[in-house]
Write a protein that binds this ligand. Sequence first.
Ligand code: SF4
Length: 437
Amino acid sequence: MRHSIQVITLGCSKNTVDTEHLLAQLPEDAWTVYPEDYAGKVEYLLINTCGFIFDAKQESIDTILLAAERRKKEEVGKLLVFGCLSQRYAADLPALIPEVDGWFGARELDPIVRALGVEPSAHRRNARYADNSGRAYAYLKISEGCDRRCSYCAIPFIRGAHRSVPVEDLVAEATLLAGRGVKELILIAQDTTYYGLDLYHRRALAELLRELSAVPGIEWIRLHYSYPEGFPEDVLEEMASNPKICKYLDIPLQHISDKVLHNMHRGVTGDWTRALIRRMREMIPGVVLRTTVIVGHPGEGPAEFEELVDFAREARFERLGAFRYSEEEGTWGAENLCDDVPEEEKQRRYDRLMSVQEGISADFNASRIGKEERVLVDDCLNGKLVCRSQYESPEVDGEIIAAIPEGRDASDYVGRFAWVRIVAAEDYDLLAEIIEK
Ligand code: SF4
């Protein structure tokens, strides 16, 4: 008899990768994996939780409570919970939700595999479960944990110390993904620029980029979560010279005011950050920069906030996302700083910054009208091709929408590269036509 399992994955792309590694340990001939929205009977229901900020924790708890109802109605044989929330509140949750059969942490998958009655196999350590989406991109988690101590962040004590995955394991995983039709790798970690320091005693991200770009079939590599302090110059050189590295960088800066950066324990100053951004733009002409910032952090008065808005105007990030500060229990900030910016003021600052950014992003989109760009076609929705160029990352940026040329079929394009001419810019997405090139 086949076993049946359903995994609901919450939170970020790092959790998605963990789920895919876990499911890859289950022998295909003995297990049926049901999609997240399946509502029928299953032998095992697993929930991979997020415990990063209040909203994420709430979503995780709501999801567990709904699953506990299914468990009570005997639609679920065993309910297992793992990931950041259960790691963070391991002492409290079992008594609060007794319907859960097993609670597991965030760093080790082997105990969960064993709880499913399967002995984890070292051979399948780099394997990844594939659903039927046929996506041509995949996330590659290059390390786990974080050695930084940003004062507002709970991740280091949830995910533990930084631990790089060896280059050869990542190359093996990339080779396997390429064999399945993946053409774009998106490198993720808590801090990608820290890669190698624990394992090789040097920053080895540039080296890793070179090795991965040699994997046959991989044509684009994209970098996310690149911490600014200690940013390795050789990564910029690699991005400038290696055509497989997308001219796109996600670099979470969080703020620009010295006072706020100091309170955040970010290890950089405003001037240092400005110089880094200038160097990136000089070394990689045309690079698209995405950043995230926090508004309303302790120490951010009106002057510090205005400095942040001015910085957004001068740096002209093609993409910028903002969070309103929320105190996270157990962090240095929660214990030592005063969360004294009223919630309405945080919202006002958020709205103002985002309205400034809207204009900058719109200018960037408009500047692309008439240009020819190489795109990867992710999907076909409502009869239109959903594409991205090297300047868009999936799930966080806009898309490029193109009609299917007459006489052609969506299957001629989905999962492949194509060329488009951008014909119009909407608020978020771009409209384009497919061209022959
Ligand atoms: S770099 Fe800072 S914000 Fe990012 S996970 Fe580490 S401590 Fe948290």
